[in-house]
Design a protein around this ligand. Structure first.
Ligand code: C2E
Ligand code: CA
Ligand code: CA
Length: 550
C-alpha cells in the first residue's frame, strides 16, 4: 500500500493553506480600504514595476517547475516503494532456498480455494516428508542437504499438475496443493510418481545420496473442510505412512483420527505409568557358544498396563521417543535392572538398549554413571546397545558419548547389525566392543544359503576387527551348531529363553546353577526334534566365504 502521508494533503498542510488564504484576504481588504492598490495599479505603468512583475512571474514559474519535479520524485519514490513492498511480499511468502511457496502462502492459497468453492471443496493436500534426509545433512554436511532440497524442489515442480501449488513447509517437509482431488486413483498415481522421482539417487561430489519420501493425502470432507483440518489430516496420514514403513503414501481416513486420540490417551497413561513404575525390566538370557554358559541378560522393557495388560516395546517405545518420555523411561528401567542384577552372580552382565534420541543428550554418560553409583552396579558389568540409526543421526555426538562411557569400563554393542545402511562406515569410525547380528539374518539363514553366507561374512568381519559377536533370534538347535562353527561368540533367542520378569529370572538362576557356580542352559527336550526338517541344507557346508576372506 502506498504511503498516504506523502501523496495527499496532510492536516497541517491544509491548516497552513487556509491561514495563508485568510492573510491574503485581509491584505486585500486592507489594501482596497487604504487606497493602496490604486497606487500600485498606477505604479505598474512605470518601467521598474513591469520588471518587478516579470520577476514575480519567473519566480512563480520556478515554483511551478519545482512542484512538477517534486511530483516526479514523489512518483518515483512511490514506484520504488511499491517494488520493494512487492519484493518483501514475495520473500515473506516464498522459501528462500528453493524458491517454492512457503507454509504461509500455501495456507493462504488453500484457504482462498476453500472459500471460493461452492459446496464441498475439491482440493487435495499432499504432504511430502523426506525419508533419510537427516543423515545426509549429518554425514555429508549442510551444503549437501541444501543441494538435495533444491533438487527435490525441481523434481516436484516438474511433476506438479497445472493449477497446483508446490510448497516447502519447512525442514524436509514439502506439500502439493491440488485443485481437483476428486479422483483418488489420480491422486494415488501422482503420489507414486512423486515417491519414485524423489527416490532417484542424487549425485553429490563423489557420492550418490539416496533419500525417499512418505506422503499423506487429505481431501475435504464434511468434517474436515478448513485449511487447518486438511493440513492436520494430511499430517496424520503421513505419520501413518512413516509408521507403515516409509517410502509409501496414505490417504487420511477417520480411523486414523481415532487412532490419534487413542494415542493421546496412551501418552497420558505412559507419563503416569513411568512415574508409578509400571514399566518393568524383563530379562532375556545371552549365552556363550557353543557351551551355552549363561553370560548375562538383555533388558527388554515391558509395560504392565493397568487397562491393557502387558505391552511390548513396539506399543510404547516409539511413543516415548516422540513425546520426550524416553529418557525418564530408560533411567527408571536401568535403575531397577541394576538393582535386580546386583544380586545375581557377579560374572553375569546386563545389556540395556538406549534410544537413538538419547545419544544427542550430552549428559548421557553422567546419567548412566550416576545410576551405576546409586545402585552399586559395576560399570564393567554393563553393556549399552545402540542401533545404527543412532549413529547415522549424529556421529560426532555418538563418538563423544561412547568414548566417555568406555573410559569408565562400560561396553558398547552395535545392535541390529545389518539393518542400517552404513554399517561398515560406523565400524571403521567407532570402537565397538560387540556386534549383534540382527534377527532377520539369523532367521533367514536357515532358509537361504545366500543369507547364510552373509551371516558368515558378518562373523568374519567382526572377528577381523577384534569384536565379539552375538547372533540374535536363535530359535533352533541347528543354528547354534552352525553359528558356533563359524566363530560366533554369543547367542540369544527363544531357544535359550524368552524375556522373563524378575521373579522368573531369579527362580531359573537358582535352578540352572551347578555346584561350581556355572550356569548352563541345557537343550530343551523339544529342541532335538524341533525344526529338524525345516533346517536346511544351507547351513550344512561351511561357506567357502571364510576361506576367501582369509
Ligand atoms: P532388540 O534390542 O533387537 O531386542 C530383541 C527383540 O527380539 C526383543 O523384542 C526380543 O523379545 C525379540 N527376540 C529375542 N529372541 C527372539 C527369537 O528367538 N525370536 C523372535 N521372534 N524374537 C526374539 P522386544 O522385547 O519386543 O523388543 C523389541 C525392540 O524394542 C528391541 O529390539 C529394542 O530395540 C526395543 N527395546 C526393548 N526394550 C527397550 C528399552 O528399554 N529401551 C529402548 N530404547 N528400546 C527398547
Ligand atoms: Ca537390543
Ligand atoms: Ca537387536
Amino acid at each position: 500500500m502506498p504511503d498516504q502521508k506523502n501523496n495527499s494533503w496532510g492536516e497541517g498542510e491544509l491548516r497552513e493553506l487556509l491561514c495563508l488564504m485568510m492573510i491574503g484576504s485581509c491584505i486585500w481588504i486592507l489594501g482596497t480600504q487604504l487606497g493602496f492598490f490604486t497606487v500600485l495599479i498606477d505604479a505598474t505603468r512605470t518601467h521598474q514595476l513591469q520588471d518587478l512583475l516579470m520577476l514575480t512571474l519567473c519566480m512563480s514559474l520556478g515554483v511551478v517547475v519545482a512542484a512538477i519535479r517534486k511530483s516526479f520524485k514523489l512518483r518515483k519514490a512511490m514506484q520504488d516503494r511499491d517494488g520493494a513492498e512487492a519484493h518483501a511480499e514475495a520473500v515473506a511468502r516464498h522459501d528462500a532456498m528453493t524458491g517454492l511457496a512457503n507454509r504461509r502462502l500455501f495456507r493462504e492459497t488453500l484457504e482462498a480455494r476453500i472459500r471460493v468453492a461452492t459446496g464441498l471443496p475439491r482440493v487435495a493436500v499432499m504432504l511430502i516428508d523426506l525419508d533419510r534426509f537427516k543423515p545426509v545433512n549429518d554425514v555429508h554436511g549442510h551444503a549437501a542437504g541444501d543441494a538435495v532440497l533444491c533438487v527435490i524442489a525441481d523434481r516436484l515442480r516438474a511433476l506438479a499438475p497445472p493449477q497446483s501449488l508446490v510448497a516447502r513447509l519447512g525442514g524436509d517437509e514439502f506439500a502439493l496443493l491440488l485443485d481437483d482431488g476428486s479422483d483418488p486413483e489420480v491422486l494415488a498415481r501422482l503420489a507414486q510418481g512423486v515417491i519414485a522421482a524423489l527416490s532417484q539417487p542424487i549425485a553429490w561430489t563423489q557420492s550418490r545420496l539416496e533419500i525417499g519420501a512418505t506422503i499423506g493425502i487429505a481431501t475435504a470432507t464434511e468434517e474436515s473442510r478448513t485449511a487447518e483440518a486438511l493440513l492436520h489430516a494430511a499430517d496424520v496420514a503421513m505419520y501413518q505412512g512413516k509408521r507403515d514403513g516409509r517410502g509409501t503414501y496414505r490417504f487420511f481416513h477417520l480411523d486414523m483420527g481415532q487412532a490419534l486420540k487413542a494415542r493421546a490417551r496412551l501418552e497420558g497413561e505412559l507419563r503416569i505409568g513411568i512415574e508409578k513404575g509400571e514399566i518393568e525390566p524383563f530379562y532375556q538370557p545371552v549365552v556363550s557358544l557353543p557351551g551355552r554358559d549363561l553370560i548375562g541378560f538383555e533388558v527388554l522393557a515391558r509395560w504392565n498396563h493397568p487397562r491393557l495388560g502387558i505391552l511390548t516395546p513396539a506399543d510404547f517405545i516409539g511413543l516415548a521417543e516422540e513425546t520426550g518420555l524416553i529418557a525418564d523411561l530408560t533411567w527408571s528401567l536401568m535403575r531397577r535392572a541394576c538393582r535386580d542384577a546386583r544380586l545375581w552372580p557377579a560374572h553375569l552382565q546386563l545389556a540395556i538398549n538406549i534410544s537413538p534420541l538419547q545419544l544427542r543428550d550430552p549428559h548421557l554418560p553422567e546419567h548412566i554413571l550416576g545410576i551405576l553409583t546409586e545402585t552399586g552396579f559395576a560399570p564393567e558389568r554393563l553393556e549399552i546397545e545402540i542401533t545404527e540409526t543412532a549413529l547415522v543421526n549424529d556421529l560426532e555426538a555418538a563418538r563423544t558419548a561412547l568414548k566417555s562411557l568406555q573410559s569408565f569400563g562400560v561396553r558398547i554393542a552395535l545392535d541390529d547389525f545389518g539393518t542400517g545402511y552404513s554399517s561398515l562406515y560406523h565400524l571403521r569410525e567407532l570402537q565397538f566392543d560387540k556386534l549383534k547380528i540382527d534377527r532377520s539374518y539369523v532367521e533367514s539363514m536357515r532358509l537361504s544359503s545366500e543369507r547364510a553366507k552373509l551371516v558368515d561374512a558378518i562373523i568374519a568381519l567382526g572377528s577381523s576387527l577384534g569384536l565379539l559377536t552375538t547372533a540374535e533370534g536363535i530359535e533352533s538347535g541347528t543354528s547354534v551348531d552352525w553359528l558356533a562353527g563359524q566363530g560366533c561368540t554369543y547367542g540369544q533367542g527363544y531357544l535359550f529363553g524368552r524375556p522373563m520378569n524378575k521373579a522368573t529370572t531369579d527362580g531359573l538362576l537358582t535352578q540352572w546353577s551347578d555346584d561350581e557356580g556355572r550356569i548352563v542352559i541345557a537343550p530343551s527336550l523339544s529342541e532335538t526334534s524341533e525344526l529338524a526338517e525345516r533346517e536346511l541344507v544351507a547351513l550344512a557346508p561351511p561357506p567357502a566365504l571364510r576361506q576367501a576372506a582369509a
